[in-house]
Design a protein around this ligand. Structure first.
Ligand SMILES: O=C(CO)COP(=O)(O)O
Length: 265
């Protein structure tokens, strides 16, 4: 009798993917002082975590937060950019503006941008290309709604978003990118997608990337899970072979909790 093999995270290809976890602060905290306090507590709690860490502060706080985290292992992120370079676009922020503040990673396609700010796939695709052109790394967020999940449309919705949002992105660029699978029904609801379900979707996404590009490219892309991740759910999620990190909202506003998520077991 041969015992069934225990699930193991690293294979040769997987071992090369360093875990990466981001804290999306969204429209929090509400003052510069509070943003500085949060940045300090995240920096203290992150330590030398196994996962590469990113913080995504609101635009006005990117510079000051960058100053606080500059000597830590945390990376600076931006929650969005507009796809034009400069000009008469009141209220908009360009790729070069955030790049000049030290930003390395930029979110594109977050479900709150898609629904509240009407970012469609064409605009998201332009943003992805502009982020890359600007020398930064896109974190492309995709995911299905509750209705789509219930109708068993999760994989087809994600596949369409992936294809449209990555149009014109080269294999070399997609290799360094991050995809965040964020089921809309799990965001801010306390309902974490069961880790086996998330693993199945991540595996599907990697296969889709392999069909759009090639297997080596697909194996290099880091795919994050996002949606109500907490210190209680992170360890099981991170034990899944195709889950390479998390994109965290609510729990990233607490330095200790986010530190624990970065230092998963
Ligand atoms: O939208 C998210 C991260 O981008 C997830 O938010 P929550 O962790 O609050 O569910």
């Amino acid at each position: 009798l041969v015992a069934p093999a225990a699930p193991v995270r690293p294979s040769t290809a997987l071992a090369a993917r360093q875990p990466i976890t981001g804290g999306n602060w969204k429209m929090n905290p509400t003052s510069l002082d509070d943003a500085r306090e949060l940045a300090k507590s995240v920096a203290a709690a992150a330590g030398s975590s196994a996962a590469e860490g990113i913080v995504f502060p609101p635009y006005p706080f990117i510079g000051p937060v960058g100053e606080i985290i500059k000597d830590t292992k945390l990376n600076l992120g931006s929650q969005s950019i507009f796809f034009e370079d400069k000009g008469a676009y009141t209220g908009a922020v360009s790729a070069s503006m955030v790049k000049s503040l030290g930003v390395k990673y930029v979110l594109a396609g977050h479900s709150e941008r898609r629904t509240l700010f009407k970012d469609n796939d064409a605009a998201i695709n332009k943003k992805v290309l502009k982020i890359i052109e600007g020398g930064m790394i896109p974190v492309l967020c995709i995911g299905e709604t509750k209705e789509e999940f219930d109708a068993n449309l999760c994989e087809s919705v994600c596949a369409i978003q992936l294809a449209k949002d990555l149009a014109g992105v080269s294999a070399a660029d997609v290799k360094t990118m991050i995809i965040a699978y964020e089921p809309v029904w799990a965001i801010g609801t306390g309902l974490v997608c069961p880790s086996e379900t998330a693993q199945k979707v991540h595996k599907f996404l990697r296969a889709k990337l392999a069909s759009m590009y090639d297997q080596a490219t697909a194996d290099a892309v880091r795919i994050q899970y996002g949606g109500s991740v907490t210190p209680d759910s992170v360890d099981e999620l991170m034990s899944m072979p195709d889950i390479d990190g998390c994109l965290v909202g609510g729990a990233s506003l607490d330095g200790e909790k986010f530190g624990r998520i970065l230092n998963f077991n």
